[in-house]
Design a protein around this ligand. Structure first.
Ligand code: GLU
Length: 470
């Protein structure tokens, strides 16, 4: 019989495990553990065939220690209440850990987006947004959704447009949702943010000499062999960045199947191949695996599960051969599997740290929306002028001319994308340092425990300061 728990219980067990290393008033801990509100909706939508379908959807708001609450909206056929509660809780801890001043939320619609026309998806999304507004579960100061599994910029644009239509004249309406297209007050760099954050987090870990020594691996990304599960928004950009830094992609799992090539898979060629053929199977030089999940068990240094929760459970944990598991997805390793992997000395980079890049850049987008101006617009020309002065002075003082290339590099003022990427990188580096330091100072057994402990402590402080306990 399986000893696995529900997803929400699994998150609670991580919380409880970490809380044992902290001194917290039990009532306060209980307030931090529970999900503050769940809104379950049923609403009718007319599909293209003229028939009316009753949709089932959710929005969970896990913690109001900071508002607005923040988290994605998932479209999947098996979305359920326990799942959105768990994902909302993970958002609370994720935001706290990386210093994004939001509570956690998450929504979901029980629908397979691939089985519906664009018009049907638009009707479902707009109606879902309107239902959220009915109970004040959507708005720049209350609850700000974003993309998640099965949704993207298109859905966020529909949500923003619906909100604006129903809240005529609201000044900060653009900040009601993030992950919007650039043309609708989105921010450059949001699309790749989660995957890029995963890359930065992995890079920090493999550059840590002590951690690599424990694993018996050399430091550095270059030459590391990795497997990615899922080529969606997270897996795609994480794999692209890892390959760009010299890692070797040796296996890929997608919904249609999985492939392996111990000599390395050309990432760009694979993406082109999949675009044309609609599948990764048959990619030249690769071997097809019996089932998508078999890719998780390939021999590699780094495994990046970047699809859904419960990818690694007690059923396959003992067959995982990777030395590092980088959780691109939310909750891909169950607590039972987590314990088994740790027993074997596998380093797990926990989701609430590793995939926090998405919400970090969502925070920047929300700030841009409240400011009504892009970061680049206020600074670019001024920095370029100052840099021109600097170059002129340098040339005068050294009596040497800079080459055109040198001058171009020195003068260049940052674009919005460059600012976002560097702020994201800084967030991931800083949070990794804090994690390692905390884990060492408290002699914590692993990074997940350290991540949850830091996050719980921050949330607790917020509650204590908020006057709930006068
Ligand atoms: N859905 C993403 C996550 O799980 C992003 C959430 C957001 O940007 O608000 O972290």
């Amino acid at each position: 019989m399986s000893t696995e728990q529900s997803f929400f219980q699994a998150v609670l067990s991580h919380v409880d495990h970490a809380a044992r290393h902290l001194t917290l008033e039990p009532g306060l801990l209980e307030q931090i553990r529970v999900c503050n509100a769940v809104y379950r909706m049923r609403f009718p939508v007319e599909f293209d065939d003229g028939r009316i379908h009753v949709m089932e959807a959710y929005r969970a708001e896990h913690s109001y220690h900071r508002v607005p609450v923040k988290g994605g909206i998932r479209y999947a056929p098996d979305v359920n209440q326990d799942e959105v509660m768990a994902l909302a809780a993970l958002m609370t801890y994720k935001c706290a850990l990386v210093g994004v001043p939001f509570g956690g939320g998450k929504g979901g619609v029980r629908i397979d987006p691939r089985a519906h026309s664009v018009r049907e998806l638009e009707r479902v999304t707009r109606r879902y947004a309107a239902e959220l507004m009915r109970k004040n579960f959507l708005g720049p100061s209350v609850d700000v959704p974003a993309p998640d599994y099965g949704t993207g910029e298109r859905e966020m644009a529909w949500i923003a447009d619906t909100y604006r239509a129903l809240r005529e004249g609201e000044l900060n309406a653009d900040g009601c949702v993030t992950g919007k297209p650039l043309t609708m007050m989105g921010i450059a760099g949001r699309r790749e943010a989660t995957g890029l954050g995963v890359f930065f987090g992995i890079r920090e870990s493999v550059n840590d000499a002590e951690l690599m020594k424990e694993l018996g691996l050399p430091t550095g990304i270059a030459g590391k062999r990795f497997v990615v599960q899922g080529l969606g928004n997270v897996g795609y950009y994480a794999a692209e960045a890892l390959c760009g830094a010299g890692a070797t992609l040796v296996g890929v799992a997608e919904i249609e199947g999985a492939i392996a090539n111990p000599k390395g898979i050309d990432f760009d060629a694979l993406i082109e191949y999949r675009k044309q053929k609609g599948t990764v199977l048959g990619f030249p030089g690769s071997e097809a695996l019996a089932a998508p999940a078999a890719a998780l068990e390939l021999d590699c240094d780094i495994l990046v599960p970047a699809a859904l929760q419960d990818a690694i459970t007690e059923a396959n944990a003992d067959r995982i051969r990777a030395r590092i598991v980088g959780e691109g997805a939310n909750g891909p390793v169950t607590p039972v599997a987590d314990a088994r992997l740790r027993d074997r000395g596998v380093l797990i980079l926990p989701d609430i740290y590793l995939n926090a890049g998405g919400v970090t850049v969502s925070y920047f987008e929300w700030l841009k929306n409240l400011q009504h101006v892009s970061f680049e617009r206020m600074t670019k020309r001024w920095s370029e002028q100052m840099n021109e002065h600097f170059c002129d002075t340098l040339e005068r003082m050294t009596r040497e001319k800079l080459t055109l290339d040198e001058r171009r590099v020195l003068v260049h003022g940052p674009s919005e994308r460059e600012l976002v990427h560097s702020a994201l990188e800084n967030t991931m580096i800083y949070a990794f340092g804090a994690l390692r330091q905390f884990a060492k100072a408290r002699e914590l057994p692993d990074l997940r425990t350290a991540a949850f402990a830091i996050a719980i402590q921050k949330v607790a402080r917020c509650y204590e300061m908020s006057g709930i306990f006068p």
